[in-house]
Design a protein around this ligand. Structure first.
Ligand SMILES: [Zn+2]
Length: 345
């Protein structure tokens, strides 16, 4: 029987951390030369404060820049918009995880297995998606953080790698009605295969197979309300007991008979394992988002205020991301990127 005590505590802490979080996501849409010139004139006439940077034949522009962004326009149009997207990306995963974990724990604890199965299946997909996206973002961040180049070149590296990646992750869809040029989302089975591969087991795909059948009106869904067959000694009949909730029979002496419910067992096991892995990966992902923000000083380049707009501190002070003393932190160019946890079952 799965034990959700630890998961309940972790979920509550995550809920507390993110309940009031907020970010205004800025997406930079490159303008061609004529449009940029027109906008510059209009913005100037209207007294609006914008920062501009030219990349190739396009101009990038962002409003509400700080003095620092005006002094460093190439970085200003890349670092703070990217950080706002990363914070928004992380919050999506955190809020969705809290919602699913809350419902998963409640439904599993109350014996509402039909809901528990659907929720655990969604948690498997969520974990696979987070693990995959975290790996992609980590790699793109490494590409800009590790080399020995100036910050203008780093902004260009991010513009060529992390910027298109974030656009793809934030807008990818599998809807048949999506525009032809819109990015396609990864198939969920790819996510599940990745979890199997990383854990060197077939546990995730086994859970996913059973819980998918239970999430659709198929054999697995029917198993939710019925015991496994009890075969008569003669072999001539088999008995299945239908009930609203899982049966726990107690005889007059107090001995308990628990029937086996395949879906309930798998929904509970998947919830406990995936839930704890999900929380662990969320904190790893937040370390990466904070590392980006603190290494680039992204929040110092905008007048916008938002959740996790952390700024570098004096060497003797504690790092605002709580990784330890600032002097020993890794929030500096050419230092390693925070690591990702292992997948174990
Ligand atoms: Zn830190």
């Amino acid at each position: 029987m799965a034990d959700f005590t630890e998961l309940q505590l972790q979920m509550a802490a995550l809920d507390e951390l993110t309940r009031d979080a907020y970010v205004e996501e800025v997406l930079v849409i490159p303008m061609d030369g004529a449009a940029a010139m027109d906008w510059k004139r209009m913005a100037s006439r209207g007294g609006e404060d914008w920062v501009y940077a030219v990349r190739g034949s396009k101009t990038l522009a962002v409003d509400r820049p700080s003095h620092l962004a005006h002094r460093n326009p190439v970085e200003g149009v890349v670092f703070s918009p990217l950080h706002s997207q990363l914070v928004g990306w992380w919050l999506f995963h955190a809020w969705r995880s809290v919602d699913l974990l809350k419902t998963g724990i409640e439904s599993s604890s109350s014996g509402t297995t039909s809901v528990a199965a659907v929720t655990s299946r969604a948690l498997l997909e969520e974990l696979g998606c987070l693990v995959t996206e975290l790996g992609l973002i980590r790699k793109a961040w490494e590409t800009a953080k590790l080399p020995d180049v100036d910050t203008v070149r780093r902004a260009e590296l991010l513009g060529g790698d992390l910027v298109p990646l974030m656009t793809r992750l934030l807008f990818a869809s599998r809807m048949s009605s999506k525009p032809a040029n819109a990015p396609s989302a990864t198939n969920v089975l790819t996510y599940i295969s990745k979890l199997d591969k990383l854990s060197k087991s077939s546990k995730f795909s086994d859970w996913y197979d059973w819980l998918s059948d239970a999430s659709h009106p198929a054999f697995g869904a029917r198993l939710v309300y019925v015991t496994n067959p009890l075969r008569h000694a003669s072999g001539s009949t088999a008995l299945r007991l239908h009930s609203r909730s899982p049966l726990r029979l107690v005889d007059p002496t107090g001995d308990q008979v628990n029937f086996t419910y395949d879906i309930e067992d798998r929904a509970g096991a998947a919830l406990e394992t995936c839930g704890l892995l999900l929380v662990e990966h969320l904190y790893a992902a937040l370390r990466l988002v904070d590392d980006f923000g603190l290494t680039t000083s992204a929040s110092a380049m905008t007048q916008r205020t938002y959740w996790r707009n952390l700024l570098p501190v004096q060497p003797t002070e504690a790092c605002p991301c709580k990784c330890g003393p600032w002097a020993q932190s890794l929030h500096a160019w050419r230092t390693e990127v925070p690591s990702s946890p292992l997948i174990t079952t």
